[in-house]
Design a protein around this ligand. Sequence first.
Ligand code: ACO
Length: 151
Amino acid sequence: MKIRRLQLDEMPPYDLLLLADPSRELVETYISEGECYVAEENDNILGVFVIVPLTKETMEIKNIAVCEDKHGQGIGKKLLQEAIGVAKSNGYDNVEIGTGNSSIGQLALYQKCGFSISGVIKDFFIHHYDEVIMENGIQCKDMIRLRLEIQ
Ligand code: ACO
């Protein structure tokens, strides 16, 4: 499996991107502001991440997703490590990522990769999404912000 930057003339893998973020509008906005990378094996795209500059010092991973039939095989961790590498090689000091209060597996993965909780945006998913989002039997309301210092 290799991870590479998506070329400008390639169609982003929306099926995967929408697994991580149900808003096509938000996805299109941050894809246009950042860099999209894909994990690929035998011409099949298995995973994706999008990273964008947030401030002069910080990049944010806006989207990370792996094909549902490939979950739990370490691909998400490899994508996260690659995203951290992209931020490092561009001279940024921090990487941030935000996820829902109900995203138990994602919160586990990000903390296993060294991220620490840096804040909570109360009711973010209530204000920014039309539909009620349920996960693990929990309503997704708040955005948990996590940060990793890399320099
Ligand atoms: N408790 C403890 N650890 C857990 C749990 C849990 N409930 N769930 C997952 N984990 C751990 C696993 O044990 C594993 O850690 P390990 O390597 O130490 O065993 C790690 O989390 C999962 O690692 P990977 O196998 O590398 O992850 P995967 O390839 O399955 O990708 C991802 C993770 C990207 C979150 C995938 O599940 C996915 O695509 N989900 C749907 C889209 C999504 O929710 N994306 C994130 C939204 S937030 C954002 O995009 C900014």
